[in-house]
Every structure is written in structure tokens, then in C-alpha cells.
Write a protein that binds this ligand. Structure first.
Ligand code: PLP
Length: 385
């Protein structure tokens, strides 16, 4: 639904589209293939790798929420990132942030090592480093904001302007906020992508990705590649993610309410050295986050006093939080970036990105906030004994 408010678009996606039975919720189409009407007379869909009605409904919903022209649903978040790489040739330069998701870092660095393109890993908050990188006229600039796991904020509109001045495409990983809290295309980005595994599906039972382009022609090019290399998402995952999408706006509200209280709690706890949360006025990215985001998100990380030993004791003493990677589900998760989400980064790169052994990341769920805090409190108290 174009031009409706975000919550309406999310809830109404695909509703009332069944002309055969009047099913309110769009049916799931599991068929791998579709009959032609006759010789050389195809219907809209012919083979599910290329196109599938359930996947198309989900793709359109995300494209509408992000305000883009074409949505492409992929098998995982990483396959959305990999899909973008299909735009590159051996002479092209790519600029990625030094503190991006470990899996993205691993993919770009390893493809670059094989000579598929050239790569610069840059702290995008360091204006001199960014200007130097852009002066080399990259083809693609990848942005991830808030960044994983330190919640650094990058000014999307500013990076887009500088990148477009040198004709670079800008792709933004919007996984941490979802289109409900941030819409990079409206800030000028060319591509926005998500791991739908996270907030968009929201129930930790799908691994998936989605990519939306601002322009039709770029979207068609990428959709061609998605079919060509066979990384389109399954109908079942699309069905589940579309189901999850309907409660995304209301989930984000509750995630946010809980996160604000949890961040304040952590900041005051004596076992916590430092909290990384863009909603704090003294966070270096606060003003930009306020400008480009609808709220601050429910991801945060913190350093525990006592190093990795204290982190282990904290984890052993939690009962509500689950020690698991991933994020954005209704349930609260806790992780140790260095040995989990960012294990794909060499230790030197982790140190460069500010990821220490005492750093813990949490994805604040939508349980009652008092239970979340009580759990953290007893875990943190135990960690200091
Ligand atoms: N981008 C971010 C910010 C992520 O956190 C992740 C996964 O954790 C990905 C991309 C990759 O997504 P997936 O695990 O669905 O392949």
C-alpha cells in the first residue's frame, strides 16, 4: 500500500488480494513451478526461483515500507549483501565500515582477497579517512548504522552526498532499526537491505534477507542476478516473515520502551564500565540518530568490569536472557561479539573496531521490562563477586 502510514502498510500487506476465495490473509504458494496457459504463453509466474506470489507480496510490502521501487527477497541477509557484490567488477573499489557486521566484513574481505574487487575498510566517522577513500572514486559505499556491536552512528545523508559527488552507489544495512525507525532511501541511499532474520520477522524462526532499490533499473538488474545465482528466498520463509511484519510497528514500540529503561539501568549499575546506546545524550552519534531515526532502537552493548571472566559469570547467572547470537526477536538475547557475531573478524580488526573481550551485546526483547532488569541485575551482581 503506497502512501499509507507505516503501521497500516505493514498490517495491510497482501490483505484482500485473494480473488478466488476471498481469503483475508494471502495464501502461501509452495508450488515450485507454474503451468503455462499454452504454447509460449506464460502467466505472471513460471518458476519459483525466478518469481513466487508469496515472496512477491512480502517483497512489495518491504519496498513500500522503505519507499523504494523494487524489493528482492533473498535466502539470508548475507545473500542480500552478496547480491550487491554482483554489481562489481575487478577494477571496482568498495568502501566498507571498519565496524560492520562480522559476516559482511568476512564476505567483503575474502572476495577482495580473491581479486573480485578492491576494498577499503574505513572508519566512516573519521572524515579525513572517508574523504581519502572517496577520492579514489569507489563504485560502492556500504553503510551500517547503528553499527554492530558498538552502535556508532553514521550520518547517512552526509555520506550519500559525498559518495554521490564521486558517483558511488550507497547501500545501507538497516537491520538494526527496520523501516519503522529508519528509511535510508529517503535520505538518498540507492539500496537498503536487511537481515529479515532479525526485527522484520521478529520471531527467531526464519533466516532471510531483503534488499530494496530506490530506482527501478537498479532493482531489475539485481533481481536478474538474484534469479541468475539462485539466492531468492523460499515461499515458506516469505510467508512467515510477512506474518511477522504485520506486528513490526507495535513490536518496535515495545522494544523501544524496554530498551530505554534497560539502557538507563545498565548505565547506573556499578558492574558496568560503559554502555553504548545512541539514545544517551552524551553518545557521539546522539544528534545524528535523533535526526535520521524515529527512535534509538533496542540494541545496545556494554563493557563489564572484570573482563572476560566477569562476562562468563554474568552469562552463567542469567535466567531470562538467552545466550545466543542474532537479535530482533521478541525474546531478549545476550551475546559476546568477540567470540560470536564477530568471530569472522581477525582479533586485530576487532581491536581496530573497538570490540574488546569485556564487551557484551544485548537485544532487548518485549518481555516485561521489570523481569529483564531483574535478570541483568542478579547476573551483574554475581559477576563482581
Ligand atoms: N547485517 C547485520 C547487521 C546482521 O546483524 C546480520 C546477521 O547477524 C546480517 C547482516 C546477516 O544476516 P543473516 O544472518 O540473515 O544472513
Amino acid at each position: 500500500m503506497k502512501n499509507s502510514k507505516l503501521a497500516t502498510t505493514a498490517v495491510r500487506a497482501g490483505i484482500n488480494t485473494d480473488e478466488h476465495h476471498g481469503a483475508v490473509i494471502p495464501a502461501i504458494h509452495l508450488s515450485s513451478t507454474y503451468a503455462l496457459k499454452g504454447f509460449n504463453d506464460k502467466r505472471q509466474f513460471d518458476y519459483s526461483r525466478t518469481g513466487n506470489p508469496t515472496r512477491a507480496t512480502f517483497a512489495q510490502a518491504i519496498a513500500d515500507l522503505e519507499g523504494g521501487a523494487v524489493g528482492i527477497v533473498t535466502s539470508t541477509g548475507m545473500s542480500s549483501v552478496h547480491l550487491i557484490c554482483q554489481l562489481l567488477t575487478t577494477d571496482d573499489l568498495v568502501v566498507i565500515p571498519h565496524d560492520c557486521y562480522g559476516g559482511s566484513y568476512r564476505l567483503f574481505t575474502h572476495l577482495a582477497k580473491r581479486g573480485l574487487f578492491k576494498l577499503l575498510v574505513v572508519d566512516q566517522n573519521n572524515q579525513e579517512a572517508l574523504s581519502n577513500a572517496l577520492a579514489q572514486r569507489p563504485k560502492l559505499v556500504l553503510v551500517e548504522t547503528p553499527s554492530n556491536p558498538l552502535m556508532r552512528i553514521v550520518d547517512i545523508a552526509d555520506v550519500v552526498k559525498q559518495s554521490h559527488d564521486v558517483d558511488a552507489l550507497v547501500a545501507v544495512d538497516n537491520t538494526f532499526l527496520s523501516p519503522i525507525l529508519q528509511q535510508p532511501l529517503s535520505l538518498g541511499a540507492d539500496i537498503v537491505f536487511h537481515s529479515t532474520t532479525k526485527f522484520i520477522n521478529g520471531h527467531s524462526d526464519v533466516v532471510g534477507g531483503v534488499l530494496v532499490t530506490k530506482e527501478q533499473s537498479l532493482g531489475e538488474e539485481l533481481a536478474w542476478w538474484a534469479n541468475c545465482i539462485g539466492i531468492t528466498g523460499s515461499a515458506f520463509d516469505s510467508y512467515l516473515a510477512l506474518r511477522g511484519l504485520k506486528t513490526l510497528p507495535i513490536r518496535m514500540k515495545q522494544h523501544q520502551e524496554n530498551a530505554d529503561v534497560v539502557a538507563e539501568f545498565l548505565r547506573k549499575h556499578p558492574a558496568v564500565e560503559r554502555v553504548y546506546y545512541p539514545g544517551f545524550k552524551d553518545h557521539s552519534g546522539y544528534e545524528i540518530a535523533k535526526k535520521q531515526q524515529a527512535a534509538f532502537g533496542s540494541m545496545m552493548s556494554f563493557e563489564v568490569k572484570g573482563g572476560v571472566e566477569a562476562v562468563k559469570i554474568l552469562f552463567d547467572n542469567l535466567s531470562l536472557f538467552t545466550l545466543a547470537q542474532s537479535l530482533g526477536g521478541v525474546e531478549s538475547l545476550i551475546s559476546h561479539p568477540s567470540t560470536m557475531t564477530h568471530a569472522g573478524m581477525e582479533i586485530t580488526a576487532q581491536i581496530e573496531a573497538g570490540i574488546s573481550q569485556s564487551l557484551v551485546r544485548i537485544s532487548v526483547g518485549i518481555e516485561d521490562y521489570q523481569d529483564i532488569i531483574a535478570d541483568l541485575e542478579q547476573g551483574l551482581n554475581a559477576s563482581q563477586k
